[in-house]
Design a protein around this ligand. Structure first.
Ligand code: KG4
Ligand code: ZN
Length: 353
């Protein structure tokens, strides 16, 4: 079956085509970064309106790229949650309308399942079971992934998500939106030596995280360093040093907890997914640490770390192939779930989508 996937949960419009026999076939993405940049963050109303403008042109683009006709499409997959309500509604209503006009089913997809399964799009793909570190703008979770739809949460953040910690620190340093990539770029020019940022819960016995204290520490140190460098004119270097220290603090916590999760579960395979998985410090150092315990780490292809339509079409295809879609029960309404726990769609809860 050919599946058209639509992602519109936040500030990227993604459309893709995947098939149950061959995986991903074509994908296209429109980022709204330039539109939101002047406001310093995502403006939900603008995001929704832009998704509506982009989805159909992107759909035409992937159809042309794939060489397929719209009549070849057997189902439409769309992100039903979690995410911004208006943005989700834009994607879901377009998806349902296309589905209705083609007389095919519309499949709601959990955005985090999309991220979680995205490393399976690469070759070689990780084999089940594995530990997954899911690090995005809104979520930070360690999960035991036994199979498609069979997920157990091992630990999660008690406050801010890792991406949020990047974004808020970037904001404090005046780096604007999107914060994570900007902070990481600046960190390349910095040197963290002598800057001692806390690594909250690093040594706690559980697999939970806490990042909210980090931005306060950055704020305090930034102020102290600003006073010290007041007359030296070295403000840019100070910011770069602090960016490097922040990136390392966040990265070190994520790495330590992932290794702990691998040790606790006895699993040798780790998968890193979500926007923060694009971070170069995290990628480099987690590879080294996992190697030390004779494990293997997998990432999605870099372009699929942040939000995209490919992971939505692909997740739907995985569910179809594992018989996890309740075709008779797919709703006709424009229902979306801005808040939606991943465990709600787990097979051991007897849940199908
Ligand atoms: O998965 P994603 O695209 O969207 C959500 O589902 O939230 O993740 C976005 C998050 C943002 O917080 C962004 O700052 C962060 O991922 N991010 C990064 C990098 N690229 C994106 N954080 C650190 N370094 C990066 N290179
Ligand atoms: Zn995401």
């Amino acid at each position: 079956m050919i599946v058209l996937g639509i992602e519109s949960s936040c500030d990227e419009t993604g459309v893709a085509i995947a098939s149950t026999s061959n995986g991903l076939i074509a994908h296209a993405l429109h980022s709204q970064i330039s539109m939101h940049k002047e406001y310093g963050g995502v403006v939900p109303e603008l995001a929704s309106r832009d998704h509506i403008r982009r989805i159909l042109p992107l759909t035409e683009q992937v159809l042309i790229e794939s060489g397929l006709q719209k009549e070849d499409i057997g189902a439409i997959a769309y992100t039903a949650g979690p995410g911004l309500a208006g943005a989700l509604l834009a994607g879901s209503s377009v998806a349902k309308s296309i589905a209705w006009s083609l007389q095919v089913p519309a499949i709601p997809v959990h955005h985090l399942e999309g991220h979680l399964l995205s490393p399976l799009m690469d070759s070689p793909a990780p084999e089940f079971p594995f530990v997954a570190l899911l690090v995005s703008g809104g979520h930070t979770q360690l999960m035991q992934v036994n199979d498609v739809g069979n997920y157990k949460i091992l630990g999660e953040t008690l406050d801010d998500a890792a991406g949020e910690a990047f974004d808020k620190t970037a904001m404090l340093l005046g780096l604007g939106y999107p914060g994570g990539p900007a902070l990481s770029r600046l960190a390349q020019k910095g040197n963290s030596r002598g800057i001692n940022l806390p690594r909250p819960m690093l040594h706690s016995k559980d697999l939970d995280f806490s990042f909210s204290g980090l931005k306060t520490a950055v704020l305090t140190i930034n102020k102290k360093m600003a006073d010290e460098t007041l007359n030296s004119g070295n403000i840019e270097q100070r910011k770069a040093d602090l960016a490097a220290a922040t990136e390392q603090a966040i990265g070190d916590i994520l790495i330590a907890k992932s290794i702990k999760a691998m040790r606790q579960t006895g699993m040798k395979t780790l998968v890193v997914a979500g926007g923060v998985g694009a971070n170069s410090y995290l990628r480099k150092n987690i590879k080294e640490q996992v190697k030390l315990i004779n494990g293997e780490v997998y990432f999605p292809p870099l372009e699929f770390c942040t939000d995209n339509g490919a992971m939505i079409a692909f997740a739907a295809v995985q569910r179809i192939n594992k018989n996890l879609i309740n075709w008779a029960d797919l709703s006709d309404s424009f229902s979306i779930k801005p808040r939606w726990n991943l465990t709600d769609i787990c097979t051991f809860n007897n849940a199908t989508i």
